[in-house]
Structure formats: C-alpha cells, structure tokens
Design a protein around this ligand. Structure first.
Ligand code: ATP
Ligand code: MG
Length: 291
C-alpha cells in the first residue's frame, strides 16, 4: 500500500475535506495487523534515525497540524518513542510571546528547524499563522494572504539545505471530536486535557475547514508535501503516518558515514601498546546492550 500516493495533496490540487472520509482505513488491513506493522515501522524509523544522525548531512522536519483532539500528541507519543532523544526534538507552537510577535511569523519556526542529522517534529507550526490567525482575525487578510508564498519560499530554502519536510493534517470528523471531548470529561486521567476553548473553537469548525483547505492547496509542493491522514481511527492514523515517514527516510539514501580515521593504523598502534604494557581496559563485553 503506497500511502504517500494515496494521501498526498498534489501540488495545485483542489482540496475538499468533506469528500475525504476521516474513517477511512485505507485497505483490507485489520487493527491487529496494523498495530504489528506500525511497530515494525517504528523500529525501522529508529534504525534510519541512527543513520541520519551518524551521517549528519540531511535532516527531517515533520509538521503536525489538526483541529483539537485529532491526535497530534498521540502521534508524537506512539511514533517517535523509538527514536534516540539525542538528535530528536518536539517543538510545540503556542500563542506567540511578545518577542516572537515582534518578529516576522517565520522567525520562531526557523530557529527550531532541524540541524544536520536531526529529526524535529513541529506540534502545530508556522501554519497557525494562516489558520488560527485567519479564523480569529488576529491579522487582516492583506497580511495572512501573503504568507502562503512566504511559507513556500521558506520551506524551499530548508529543502535546498538538506531538510526533508513532511506535513500531516490529521483529519477527524466533528462527531469523533465530540466523542473524544466527552471521553476527556468522563475519564479522570484525561480531565486535565479539557479546555474551555476546545468547545468554543469547535463552533468555528467550518471556518477552520476553509482555512485548512486553502493552506493545503497553496502550500503542498514537491519539496514539502501535505498529507491528509484519515484520523478517526487512531491505529490507522499511526499506521499511515509511520509508513509515510519510513518510505521517505528510505528514499534519503542514508548510509553509515565513511570512517574518518585509519583503523588499521589505530589498531596497530594502540593494541600493540596495550600488549606491551600488559594494560587491560574495559572489554567490549562490559558494555551495556545496544552500546
Ligand atoms: P491539544 O490539542 O492537546 O489541546 P494544543 O496543540 O491545542 O494541544 P494548546 O497549548 O492547548 O495545545 O494550544 C496552543 C494554542 O496556541 C492553540 O490554540 C493554537 O491555535 C495557538 N497558537 C499557536 N500558534 C499561534 C499563533 N501564531 N497565533 C495565535 N495563536 C497561536
Ligand atoms: Mg488545545
């Protein structure tokens, strides 16, 4: 199953979210099969991240956008748990601080993009500046409407500097959102997640749909594609996203870097010296698993 092809927004394509089924499960896979396959993808992402880090030539930026309760946090928790925290970061974007607001809207995003060898996940992103800002009229149309081009230029710059960009819109239905809010109200372990604004934002659903559709249409490019992921079923959401990330990382042609030193010379020099002095250091058998 090629989920990249299935869920990508082609550059210039019109997007009608109402026509995309948020309960889609993409094929014949069962929940159990999907969970097992997702686990395999997570393990593969871990191995690929190791190569990315070792190589330190390219990087990966994953952008997560969605309406409340669509599962951005769940994606972070389930899919990135396997990656080594060294070389990985999650960045959440909230209302801009006064310093952030005093700069152009891309300033704070650009500071947190991945350096060479790193994976960064944006939990919300610079896209809020054409979404919440538009819906709540925090800036006039003359301001936010120019931002799509700025975003495309920004992302092209990143891509030309070795950053792969994957952008996921988690697509849920209003009913599913309400069910998840209800679950948060009923389950004491989830009470803390509820905010008053969740319910008030919900009333602006169709405004958000308009804003998302425009953003998806105007900023899905070859160098930074958007994927609309059916997200009513968490297991399918995780399967599709993990598969797209693995397929993309496999395409990055990641390999262990060449050794920077002359191993034969080091072996000859230090092992000879070790024997001469009768020195015994920590043997590799003492190292922990995975070292
Ligand atoms: P959850 O989905 O679990 O509620 P969240 O991503 O909504 O998590 P919050 O801290 O509740 O996290 O919300 C962050 C808020 O910051 C969102 O309402 C978002 O719209 C807002 N925000 C982010 N960027 C901007 C921006 N540039 N301008 C104004 N508001 C922004
Ligand atoms: Mg919220």
């Amino acid at each position: 199953m090629n989920h990249r092809k299935q869920f990508v927004v082609e550059p210039g394509q019109k997007v009608r979210l109402a026509k995309i089924n948020p309960s889609d499960t993409g094929g014949p896979e069962s929940r159990e099969e999907a969970l097992a396959e997702t686990q395999r993808h997570v393990a593969r992402m871990d191995a690929l991240q190791y190569l990315l880090y070792a190589n330190a030539e390219q990087s990966l930026l994953v952008v997560l956008q969605a309406l409340d309760a669509a599962g951005k946090d769940g994606v972070v928790r389930h899919l990135f748990s396997g990656m080594n925290p060294q070389g990985t970061a999650v960045v959440g974007f909230r209302q801009p601080t006064p310093i952030e607001a005093a700069h152009d809207f891309l300033w704070r995003a650009h500071q947190r993009t991945p350096g060479k060898g790193e994976v960064v996940i944006f939990n919300r992103s610079h896209y809020e500046d054409v979404l919440v800002v538009r819906v709540h009229k925090l800036a006039p149309k003359s301001v936010w409407s120019k931002r799509y081009t700025m975003i495309n230029d920004f992302e092209r710059t990143l891509r030309q500097n070795g950053t792969r960009i994957l952008k996921f819109f988690l697509h849920i239905s209003p009913d599913e959102q309400l069910a998840r809010f209800k679950q948060r109200l009923e389950d004491p372990a989830r009470n803390w997640k509820i905010s008053e604004s969740d319910y008030s934002e919900r009333e602006l659903w169709s405004d958000y749909v308009d804003a998302y559709q425009d953003a998806l249409e105007q900023t899905s490019t070859k160098h930074a594609p958007w994927y609309v992921i059916p997200a009513n079923h968490k297991w399918f959401r995780n399967l599709a996203i993990s598969r797209i990330i693995v397929d993309t990382m496999e395409d990055m042609n990641l390999k262990l870097p060449p050794t920077r030193v002359d191993l034969a010379q080091i072996r000859a020099k230090y092992h000879a010296a070790e024997q001469e002095q009768g020195f015994r250091g920590t043997s590799p058998a003492d190292a922990g698993p995975g070292e």
